[in-house]
Design a protein around this ligand. Structure first.
Ligand code: ZN
Length: 255
């Protein structure tokens, strides 16, 4: 168990390194193919020995070898988080179609969390890739029933649309964007109708707690808009890995 876990952790960190490229390039409309890694500050080409996931950041002390400017901590975080997510997915699903299906969702959620945090953007291309991959896998390999995927898509879409309209009526301004609605619909394909409801509930709960904390810490004004994708991603990953335990606990609570 230890050797495959380490292998999945290492492979996950390599995937994380690719996700970093997607997070940086897609919102800037740069190509993902046929170009080498470069320092975003000085433009110097990064050699492969300075591009080893997780490790290079630590060896370089978080600074570019050439211009010595700080490398954003995000590069390190994304590699580490992706490595852990892939390893945990392997623990939960073993070598299976479910592993590919749910790890893909986790990877997309990592991308959209950081594009939303950094650029306030949920790129359409990434969401559409998720929708197509999710529907294709669900139709061909049945990690969950295809009809459940379709229902999850509808539930995610309708619920967020409802809250977007309610938010506009109550606060008189947009609180959820179009990107958030598409994102919830995409997640629904992977989680199905029951679990997307839990993911949305957890997402709203975390966003409320997070929003109040940020306002108290004076990091956010009460009337400013907060990115929602990171909270929805956290709620979805929580549902993915702990959903069954939460439903079992809730079932006991109801007696
Ligand atoms: Zn540099």
């Amino acid at each position: 168990m230890i050797i495959p876990s380490i292998a999945f952790f290492c492979f996950g960190s390599i995937v994380g390194s690719f996700l970093n490229t997607v997070i940086y390039r897609v919102p800037r409309h740069e190509s993902l193919l046929f170009s080498f890694s470069y320092c975003p500050q000085c433009g110097e080409k990064i050699h492969f020995w300075d591009n080893i996931p997780i490790i290079s950041f630590l060896i370089l002390g978080g600074r570019c070898r050439y211009c010595k400017k700080p490398i954003p901590l995000r590069y390190f975080l994304v590699e580490l988080v992706t490595a852990f997510l892939f390893m945990i997915s392997y623990f939960k699903y073993g070598l299976s179609y479910e592993l590919i299906f749910f790890a893909f969702l986790a990877f997309i959620l990592v991308i959209l969390t950081f594009t939303d945090l950094e650029k306030r953007r949920i790129p359409n291309s990434v969401v559409i890739a998720g929708i197509f991959f999710g529907l294709y896998m669900s139709l061909i390999f049945w990690p969950l029933a295809f009809i459940d995927s379709l229902l999850g898509f509808l539930v995610g879409c309708v619920m967020l649309l409802f809250w977007a309209v309610m938010g506009k009526l109550i606060f008189g301004k947009e609180s959820l964007g179009c990107g958030d609605i598409k994102l919830a619909a995409m997640i629904g394909i992977f989680l199905g109708a029951r679990d997307i409801l839990l993911a949305l509930f957890l997402g709203f709960l975390l966003a409320t707690v997070g929003g109040v904390l940020l306002i108290l810490m004076r990091r956010l004004r009460w009337d400013s808009r907060m990115p929602f994708a990171p909270f929805l991603a956290a709620g979805s990953l929580g549902t993915l890995f702990l959903g069954n335990s939460i439903f079992a606990w809730y079932g006991k609570l109801l007696g």
